[in-house]
Design a protein around this ligand. Structure first.
Ligand SMILES: Cc1ncc(COP(=O)(O)O)c(C=O)c1O
Length: 379
């Protein structure tokens, strides 16, 4: 028999939608897939070249469990420059994607029965990870789609260990302002709750400045694990490189757990990540402009429809409020896919019913066609 903790994990509904969309595509139907969670751009040429060079130079062996020193040093510089965070290279741990960082962090921080506060809507893996670590996810939810300081404070019990924050957010594209983060930080410090700050969409922001919660003062810094990676900013999802910055005790624990589970992240991916984070950001800025153009186009197309939304400030997602159209977002998305061949992900797996997520990591032509079909469908 499989374990009790594993039996609480649901299969990923995002992957299920994606699989169904692919199946229809293979049948020759013109499917518009708005369900993907990765940029539609290719990895940068200099990153690809760095990978090839590393392999040719036989940089293909195990590395230190926490990653090569050169990369950790450059991450430390990046955190100083972009995030006003002061961490030594020993406080950085490089992992197999931000996903592994998040999982390891929960393993390191939590005991069985601890509670993890997860604001809805949330990225689907957060609750699954909480269950795998034998903790209880405590979900908060309101129409603003962000946790308020009051909600945070009221959700804290003696069992609370971690607040999971994600800004810019998957699935909403919303960001927490400096003021909002300061209020949350104050409560975390007062109540001694750790903050797992998932900042993987940090570089894809349109109007507002991104703030790292750990940057406000030493007390919140000591309680925060900042999580980031190269997947989203540099279109390197397959390279599997993420990293954490934390206090030294947590960093040592993260290194230890990784040394026994997967070992280091891929050697030549680390070299590629080094190139990515030290390159100039001209291409990245162009891609962000492209995402912004798509975001604005979608807003103008949907403004007089029954689909409501809060304009996203980052990432590449819209989180549509469908409550004027339906109560059953799962049925809505499955009918939309079957009748109009457009794939959206229902809100339910993100912890909020009556919503659906649209990823606009696809061409403007596909967006135009997809929105036309969605409008026909809701009429
Ligand atoms: C909010 C969020 N965090 C973490 C990840 C994982 O990123 P990585 O590819 O670095 O594992 C994703 C990927 O979809 C994400 O959306």
């Amino acid at each position: 028999m499989i374990s009790e903790k594993f039996s609480k994990i649901q299969p990923s509904e995002t992957l299920a939608i994606n699989a169904k969309a692919k199946e229809l595509k293979e049948k020759g139907l013109k499917v518009i897939n708005f369900s993907v969670g990765e940029p539609d751009f290719n990895s940068p040429e200099n990153v690809k070249q760095a990978t090839i060079n590393a392999v040719k130079e036989d940089f293909t062996r195990y590395t230190a469990a926490d990653g090569i020193k050169e990369l950790r040093e450059k991450i430390s510089e990046k955190l100083k420059k972009d995030n006003s965070l002061d961490y030594s290279s020993e406080q950085i741990v490089v992992s197999n994607g931000a996903k592994q960082v998040l999982y390891n962090a929960l393993m390191v921080l939590c005991n069985k029965g601890n509670e993890i506060i997860i604001p809805a809507p949330f990225w689907v893996s957060y609750t699954a990870m909480a269950h795998l670590c034998e903790t209880k996810p405590v979900i908060t939810s309101n129409e603003s789609l962000k946790i308020t300081p009051e909600e945070f404070e009221n959700s804290i019990t003696p069992k609370t260990k971690v607040l999971l924050l994600n800004s810019p957010s998957n699935p909403t594209g919303l960001m927490y302002s400096k003021k909002e983060l300061e209020s949350l930080a104050e409560i975390a410090v007062k109540k001694k709750v750790f903050v797992l700050s998932d900042e993987v969409y940090e570089k894809i922001v349109f109007d507002e400045k991104h703030y790292s919660i750990a940057s406000f003062n030493d007390q919140i810094k000591n309680l925060t694990i900042t999580v980031n990676g190269v997947s989203k900013a540099y279109s390197m999802t397959g390279y599997r490189i993420g990293y954490s910055a934390s206090n030294s005790e947590i960093a040592k624990a993260l290194k230890k757990i990784q040394s026994h589970s997967t070992g280091s992240a891929c050697s030549f991916s680390q070299k590629a990540a080094l190139t990515a984070i030290t390159s100039d950001e001209t291409t990245l800025k162009k891609q962000v402009q492209e995402f912004k153009k798509r975001r604005d186009f979608i807003a103008s197309e949907l403004k007089n429809t029954k689909i409501k939304f809060i304009s996203p400030q980052g990432a590449f997602y819209y989180f549509f409020n469908l409550k004027e159209i339906t109560k059953d977002d799962v049925k809505f998305c499955s009918d939309l896919l079957e009748k109009k061949f457009v794939a959206l992900v229902p809100g339910k797996p993100f912890g909020m019913q009556g919503y659906a997520r649209m990823s606009y990591a696809c061409s403007l032509e596909e967006i135009k066609e997809g929105l036309k079909r969605i409008k026909e469908f809701i009429e």
